[in-house]
Structure formats: C-alpha cells, structure tokens
Design a protein around this ligand. Sequence first.
Ligand SMILES: Cc1cc2nc3c(=O)[nH]c(=O)nc-3n(C[C@H](O)[C@H](O)[C@H](O)COP(=O)(O)O)c2cc1C
Length: 366
Amino acid sequence: MFNQSLTFANSMALQWPAIIQAPMAGGITTPALVAAVAENGGLGSFATGSLTSDALIKGIADIQSLTAKPFSANIFVPSSNKDYDSSAVEAYVKAINRFRRELGLEAIKVPESPQFFKDNFQEIIDILIDKNIKIVSFAFGIPSSDSIEKLKSKGTYLVGTANSVEEAKMLEESGFDAIVAQGYEAGGHRGGFLTSSAYSAMSMFTLLPQVVEAVKCPVIAAGGIMEGKGVIAALTLGASAVQLGTAFLAVKESGASKTYKEELEKAKTKDCDVTMVTRAYTGKLARGLRTKFAEQIEAEGIEIPHYPIAHYLSTDLRKQAAALGYRDVMAMWCGQGVQQIRSGLSASALLEEIRNEVKCILHELK
Ligand SMILES: Cc1cc2nc3c(=O)[nH]c(=O)nc-3n(C[C@H](O)[C@H](O)[C@H](O)COP(=O)(O)O)c2cc1C
C-alpha cells in the first residue's frame, strides 16, 4: 500500500516515511532547524523568500557547517507588478498608517509607481547552482523554461506547489519532478499561482487523492499534518511524502519569536478555529493566527493591493510589530492544526515522536 512512499524515501536517502520540514520564510527555518531535520533522516527545507543574496549565501554556509546531508531550498517565483492599482495602494497605505502610528513608526507616503519592487530571483537560482543545492522547491508559480532548464541541466530535483489539480498538471508538464499538494488547512501562504485555485479552498484530504490520480510524479502532502495519524492518512491517500510546517514552528530550533511561540501555545486552549486566511498582510492569501490588524483591514472592505505590493508596503510594520512583540499586528502564520502543536521539543525529538506514532498505528493495523 505504501510502495510509492518507500520508493520516494529510498531514492532521496530519507528515513521512511519521508518527512519534509516545510520551508518557512521570515526566519523560521534557521540553519539549525534545517540541519537538525537533515541529520535525523528527514528533509530540511531552507526558505529563501525575502532573503538578500548575501543572507542566502551565509544561510547555506551555516547549514553546510552543521550537516553534510542534503537539504532543499525554496524560492518564491516573482509575480509581475503589472496590475498596480493606485487607488488600492492609497487605501491600503491609509489603513496601515494607523497601525504604524500605534507602533511608533512614521506614516508612509503613497508610492508613485511600483518601480521600487525588485527581486533577486535569478541571482538566487545561480547561488543555489553554485552551492550545489540538489533539491529546489518553488511556491507561487512556475519559473521560466530557461530557469527550469538551467537547474535541470545540473541534475537539480525540482518540486512545485499546487493548490489544485490544474496547477499540479501544469507543474508536471513543465518538467517538475515532484509536486506539493497544499490543502486549505495549511499555514502560511497559498503556494499556488492560479487565481481560481487560490480561492478553491480544497482541503488536503480532498485535493491529495485527486492530484495523485492526475499526475505520474511523486506527490507530497501538505496541510494539517501534525502527528503520526495524519502521516498515515496522507500516505494512504497516495502521498509519497509529507510536508509539515506548523508542527515545526514551536520546536527549539525554529526561528519563531518568543511572542509567536507563546501565541501558538495559547491557541491550544481555544475551542474554535483560531486561524484565518487573509490577504491583509501581503496581498496574497495566507493562513495565520487571527489578529486585530488582519480583522480590521478585512472588515474595512478596502481593496488590498496585489502581492508583492502589499507585502513591501507592510514589511517594516510587520518587522516593528515582531520586534516589539506586538501580537495585534504581528503576522503569525500557522495552519488549522495549530491546536495540536507540540512546544519546546527539539526537531529530532519531534521527528522521533511522529515516527513512533506511525509505528504504533502500523502495529495496530497488523
Ligand atoms: C510560518 C510559515 C511560513 C511559510 N513559508 C513558506 C515558504 O516560504 N515557502 C513555501 O513554499 N511554503 C511556505 N509555507 C507553507 C508550507 O510550505 C506548508 O505548505 C504548510 O506549512 C503545510 O501546512 P501545515 O502548516 O498545516 O503543516 C509556510 C508555512 C508557515 C506555517
């Protein structure tokens, strides 16, 4: 029954079942976390989203100083800035300025054009090739065929992210080697790229078997997996591996701040879904803890500028909120599984607990 997952784990030299620690931008996937997962038979993923090229080079060097095992790097495919809507930008700037004042920051002016938005996508690809990173995953799109060719010519294993069957098929046709099927429960940004898919709200439980049916390449399940039962459920639905983000947020090596970890822990005492999916922070749908900031921006009903415009406009507000531990404004991405989060373990202890849970289930099934 689990043949495809055995093949995947063996081919990637990972312990079965293959557990991937999700890439998590914003400093969560520290070199210590990525290396600890790699050293303990899982696949650690280093998020390059929002990193400067120098920070990326340093991050890779730090991971490589801690482990000789392979790990993956994750890149955001840049969006075009073509749909710059100045009235949406004006309304958004006005809304975030209220929060900026609350946090002691000066108000910002409405930028005249989107020209200040630059990305270092090509540079990142060149660095990953130069540093011999053999597994590269992407979110938010399909890179150009030139970039795909460039990476594949160096033997890089390419992983794409899909929120729908349509996206999964497109990724496979573009030459991707494996696909993350990300359900609506998942923490962080929706990793797909078609507008129709972003709003499709399919849970991992419904999306995964359909993607498995539609493509020939290995499918990695992401969204809501917090324990051994979830791992077995995903493998039963045809996943070759599982990708866990929220489960790793509160481990010792995670770069989540003290306030962030405390808020995740507090979420366990609530009986309702403490998360929400919102475009308020970045202009792209993402799931995180409910905050005053997201709820107010959503309630105002203003048109939020598209990603990455809102992302850039709110960057220093989010940074200031994180520095002050101001939870009303902080972006605290996490999935609907947050109430099952285990705090304070090391990454290796978390992996061991999940693997033991898997073993117990298999034993019971015998
Ligand atoms: C804090 C946080 C940051 C994330 N950042 C990224 C990222 O940089 N790139 C990416 O492909 N996915 C990112 N994700 C999504 C994860 O890759 C994964 O799909 C998700 O965590 C799986 O759902 P789960 O959180 O319920 O385990 C992020 C998720 C979280 C919780």
